[in-house]
Design a protein around this ligand. Sequence first.
Ligand SMILES: *[C@@H]1O[C@H](CO)[C@@H](O)[C@H](O)[C@H]1NC(C)=O
Length: 437
Amino acid sequence: MKQIVLFLALASLYVATTNAEHKIVCFYDSASYSIEGVGQLTNKQLEVALQYCSHLVYGYVGIKADNYEAHSLNEKVDILEHQFSEITAFKRKYPKLKILLSVGGDRDIDESHPDKYVKLLEAGQDKQKAFIQTAHLLVKNYGFDGLDLAYQFPRNKPRKIHGVVGSVFKLFKKAFTGDEVVDRDAEKHKLQFTRLVDDLQDTLRSDGYLLSLTVLPNVNSTWYFDIPKLDKLVDFVNLGTFDFVTPQRNPEEADYSAPLFFDASEDRLPHNNVKFQTEYWAKQGFPISKLNVGIPTHGNVWKLTDDSGNTGVPIVYHADGPAPASTITKKSGLLGSAEICKLLTLPGDDVKMDREAQLIHSTLGHYGYAPAEGKSRGLWVGYDDIDTVTKKTEFALVSAGGLALFHLGHDDFLGVCAKVRYPILRSIKQTIQDYQH
Ligand SMILES: *[C@@H]1O[C@H](CO)[C@@H](O)[C@H](O)[C@H]1NC(C)=O
């Protein structure tokens, strides 16, 4: 509670002393253009969002495993159907909007070359030139304002949990921090990445292009980012501060996926929250004005079992992995925010709580659930509702330079649940405006 009061106080102080424009970096996953049915984000619907965004990031292009050239992952849409050009053409109507092209993300998945991004780091400057030149050309030929690197690094291993089985195991469990070594050469890769960004920056800046970095969820910044050096090379950094816990990575424990603060009341990891990750970059000397706090627009959904109980209060143990794919996201364990209201009957804040407890609770996230009963399977979804998004925005006003929305296609862009279009994006904008006035 003290923490919250303090940051609200700081927020007003901060706003009183600065006129800095806070960024709203909107991620556009072009895959949502090709989804059939209600999940399809057409360019007309996309345009509704643009008045609220300072930056639009077009995701994602990939790299070729054999020669490291940057290339479109869907030439039919990006090039033949002119989606690259149609998106960058929005700049004429929204001249203040900056549009970047993003490489990587979780779209450039290549089963036979799962570590090609690491290989590119090790390939040496000559081969990296192919990547830099082709990325530069994509930006230039299609009218983007710059490049975003959503670089694929090895992810933290999820913590192994086998439910709360006996006190011996509880003692033992402390040892599983979820951060076992995943890359023995991390130190070397960090050096190589800094050099790659340096070379890329040289090329892009000579044409006046922007360069940003996106830290993908569950990539440990300590291992891969030489933060003081990167400050001189990039325009801003988007922190993927969500999906700390997911049904794929943590099939047996359903929990808030993107808490703002560390809540030690349950067995959680101290660095799996927005505040820790944001302050980590700041503590390494990165200017907070260039840090954007990631906000997810999706919910993570677990199947429940009879053993999961029926209170819904997280952490919910004995869960059973991801729920089947939904019509909007087409991915198992993932719901778009337009789907959450329809699916679940018991919203989590029905739980009786005093005001103080409620405040803390909403900084962790929000949940809804349907308990398992007899043969029917239960579901549990954790997500950021407007209240949580507002608290994160208030936090970002003090501790960062803006927000990064992941991504527009999962916000309720038709206003199905919320009755307004893009409720999450709009609430971010509204909160920023309220502070500035
Ligand atoms: C990276 O992992 C280590 C543990 O191996 C942890 O102490 C550190 O906080 C993590 N860094 C970040 C930025 O999460």
